[in-house]
Design a protein around this ligand. Structure first.
Ligand code: GLN
Length: 264
């Protein structure tokens, strides 16, 4: 809707009262999204109680793609674009029509961004949450991208793959301590998409061991990691027969991606 200045001020005040940092900008987005004034006020009140703006708008942007989100699916983070960049910068390592999987795909944002930039990728996204996959399917359709989706537990998969060229994964990696101190907004997101066990590393240990033989020799695995986990995840990769291990920082300077290639 096109709001008037009075309504914009009112919405901004509601957000400010809730302690929302960038209230004027969020107020503008809420007005652009809401169907009418009553809807705008309702969204603003929920936002003032710190529901994630992304869920309230129902859509967010990742790597230039519109991504639909809602309760039950992890909201794409800007930090995760580092993982996409890292893979695209190494695309020369991939053969023609490479076979790739995105484990714990959630909204599908990583799989879709890669498919957009590497159109000959044979991309599969896997998640154990049916709810997440309904978003992933919608996101593929809205962006006109051909990705296959499967519902499966990636730590004990029923499906098996072999000769993969690429595995990407942003698993749950928050520690037990992190879970006790979640930002109010993050507490609205699915716990199962956040919690990575006591030290946050459960999924890296399990996925690396379970999936390493699904990669062809020389195939690449690329993980997003929490900002203190890069060294531990590098060790997990080394212990599991990976070489050329690299750590890549995000735009804030935090270690964000660990990748390696299966030894030939
Ligand atoms: N990066 C997310 C956060 O900061 C965590 C997502 C994840 O565990 N993969 O909350």
């Amino acid at each position: 809707m096109t709001g008037n200045a009075g309504l914009l001020n009112e919405i901004t005040r509601i957000l400010c009262a809730g302690g929302i940092e960038d209230a004027p900008l969020e107020a503008k987005w809420i007005l652009e999204d809401a169907a009418d004034e009553a809807a705008a006020r309702k969204i603003a009140e929920r936002r003032a109680a710190h529901e994630p703006l992304q869920y309230l708008l129902g859509k967010w942007e990742f790597y230039g793609l519109p991504v639909y989100v809602g309760e039950g699916v992890l909201i794409p983070r800007a930090d995760t674009e580092t993982l996409v960049d890292a893979v695209l910068e190494r695309k020369h390592r991939l053969p023609e029509s490479p076979a790739a999987v995105d484990l714990c795909t959630g909204s599908g944002c990583i799989a879709l961004a890669l498919k957009r930039h590497l159109p000959d990728l044979m991309m599969t996204g896997i998640d154990k949450s049916k709810m997440a996959l309904t978003f992933a399917e919608r996101n593929a359709a809205e962006n006109g991208l051909d990705v296959q989706w499967f519902c499966d537990d990636v730590t004990a998969p029923e499906l098996t793959f072999d000769a993969l060229d690429l595995i990407v994964c942003n698993p749950p990696y928050l520690t037990a301590g992190d879970m006790e101190n979640l930002q109010t907004e993050v507490a609205f997101e699915p716990q199962e998409a956040l919690y990575g066990g006591e030290d946050g590393l459960d999924f890296y240990r399990r996925i690396t061991a379970v999936w390493r033989d699904s990669l062809r020799c020389g195939g690449m695995i690329a993980y997003e990691v929490g900002c203190t986990q890069a060294e531990a995840v590098s060790e997990i990769l080394a212990e599991n027969g990976f070489a050329q291990i690299e750590i890549i920082r995000d735009l804030n300077g935090n270690e964000r991606v660990v990748l390696g290639c299966r030894k030939s």
